[in-house]
Design a protein around this ligand. Structure first.
Ligand code: B12
Length: 471
């Protein structure tokens, strides 16, 4: 059948070492989940789809297409805007979506004809009919959250699979009740977990043909009963998987055993900080630093690796926080770590707090990649925060540390361990991704963010209103 429309899906390039082809011409991962998900919403018989991930290939600016779809996080939205401007100059309509456009729709509309705020599925029918009627325009935002019961599988057939180390991402749930101050998830997808039927998840994994997958959920161990069902259903698939879990249920031996039996080889954990005070300020209630060491040991005892995520620059952090955190991570043999500089992403509670306190020093979104310093920290001058962050990577991925942390005994995958450590060492220690500290750069905020889902906490609703008024 003749397809009537050509749709061009574009993931803009991010200046980030995890999405640079550093090893065997492959990138570690590219954040394509949103685009592949919306690709599945275009009826196949009518639309032909072309996808470019600019992290691995150039955008074809000459492509004669009927619509350009761009997805963006904050750190690469400016590149997304450049691409959008270029297609619109050729009178090709552009729609943007993803986390940044969802929180900054008015800004996005300076560069795109239309913007999708939050989940696309409930509004996609309207997007398609407006496209057909040549009147795609303005903000598309659903009134209610999407029912995940009949979610089509993402179009993984559209990507060049040999260019990614992690190429198959599966989402089994949306939403998060923890509602951390620095995170967008609860304001984008709500504070209630919404689950996909386990049969759909299993079918998606079976049909993707990949034996190694990542689960994209913010907390794979979300609710115990459902997690047990999920892990039991994964067991016969004979796959290897990795995913993120919160500290809350990660101690549960039954879940850990099931996770290991179902093929889990690595759990990512947002430890964020080894200071209770910091965790409290971030509303990260489920974390207790006193139990971290025991938790890591437990996960290791089941043959799974721990990918630890830490943030530097909390209000109670000082110069000692860096060596203390690194010592903790090395002594407890965390397998790999990601260290972030605190970043007030637009529309998060952290953003409004800092806006109200006039502590944001740059609104240049290119710098919002968790490596630059875009705010005034209470306990650390920007140079110290920058140096401490660089030193954290250098010391954690030093050969000395690697020798100490290497999993000589037990069932953890040595190949995967080496791959992760060499990738991060190559990216961070070699200086491929070493920004200079930013003290003051672009200090004007032209458009206020808006939150797709209003927080339940009255205190936060007031904060948003007051901070917006102050700005
Ligand atoms: C899994 C995940 C990842 C995975 C991505 C996996 C993948 N292949 O996509 C990995 C590990 C790679 C990752 C990396 C990073 N991540 Co991340 N990630 C997530 C997480 C937990 C889920 C994202 C996801 O898969 N969602 C599933 C898809 C289906 O949802 P979606 O993208 O929102 O898409 C839906 C809608 O937005 C919409 N949509 C999306 N795009 C488009 C486009 C159009 C045209 C339309 C119409 C609609 C539309 O339709 C989709 C279906 O409803 C989110 C949390 C969150 N709430 O988003 C954080 C999140 C997106 N990540 C975040 C960050 C900061 C990062 C990093 C920068 C961290 C770092 N310093 O390394 C990196 C960036 C990587 C890079 N190379 O650039 C932030 C982004 C904040 C911001 N404002 O930019 C989030 C929101 C978490 C947070 N802290 O709040 N991440």
């Amino acid at each position: 059948m003749h397809k009537t429309r050509l749709i061009y899906l574009i993931n803009p390039k991010a200046d980030c070492f995890t999405s640079k082809p550093l090893i065997l011409n492959k990138v570690l991962y590219s954040p394509l989940a949103g685009l592949l998900q919306i690709a599945s919403l275009f009826p196949r018989e009518k639309y032909e789809l072309v996808l470019t991930d600019e992290n691995i290939e150039p955008v074809d600016f000459e492509l004669k297409c009927d619509l350009v779809c761009i997805s963006a996080m904050t750190s690469y939205v400016k590149r997304g805007y450049e691409i959008a401007d270029s297609f619109r100059r050729r009178n090709i309509p552009v729609i943007m979506g993803g986390v940044h456009p969802s929180f900054m729709p008015l800004e996005t509309l300076q560069h795109a004809d239309a913007v999708c705020v939050g989940e696309a599925e409930p509004v996609f029918g309207r997007i398609l009919s407006d496209l057909e009627d040549n009147c795609l325009n303005g903000i598309y935002k659903a009134d209610t959250s999407c029912d995940l019961c009949s979610l089509p599988s993402p179009r993984i057939d559209l990507i060049k699979r040999n260019r990614y180390i992690n190429k198959t991402f599966i989402q089994t749930a949306r939403g998060c009740p923890t509602a951390c101050a620095f995170c967008a998830e609860h304001l984008m997808n709500g504070v209630k977990y919404r689950f996909r039927p386990i049969d759909d998840v299993v079918e998606e994994i079976r049909s993707c043909g990949d034996k190694s997958i990542s689960i994209n959920d913010v907390d794979v161990f979300s609710v115990k009963g459902r997690t047990k069902e999920l892990l039991t259903a994964l067991r016969p698939l004979n796959i290897k998987w990795q995913g993120a879990v919160s500290c809350r249920l990660a101690h549960d031996e039954e879940l850990l055993e099931l996770a290991a039996e179902s093929g889990c080889n690595m759990l990512s954990i947002g430890f964020e900080s080894i200071s209770r005070k910091n965790l409290k300020s971030a509303h990260k209630m489920g974390n207790n630093p006193d139990t971290y060491a025991r938790l890591i040991e437990k996960i290791h005892s089941y043959g799974m690796m721990v990918f630890g995520l830490f943030i530097f620059g909390f209000d109670s952090d000082d110069e000692d926080s860096f060596p203390e955190t690194i010592k903790f991570a090395i002594d407890n043999k965390i397998d790999a770590c990601g260290f972030s500089v605190m970043t007030p992403y637009p529309g998060t509670i952290l953003f409004y707090r800092m806006l109200q306190e006039k502590r944001i020093t740059s609104f240049d979104w290119d710098k919002y990649d968790q490596g630059f310093i875009v705010y005034e920290s209470r306990g650390l001058p920007p140079e110290k925060l920058w140096e401490g962050h660089q030193a954290a990577y250098r010391n954690f991925y030093s050969y000395k540390s690697m020798l100490k942390r290497y999993p000589y005994l037990g069932k953890r995958s040595k190949t995967m361990w080496l791959l992760m450590n060499m990738f991060f060492r190559r990216g961070e220690v070699s200086g491929i991704n070493v920004p200079e500290p930013i003290i003051s750069d672009d200090t004007s905020l032209e458009f206020m963010p808006s939150v797709p889902i209003t927080p339940l906490k009255e205190e936060w609703r007031n904060l948003i209103a007051n901070a917006s008024a102050v700005a």
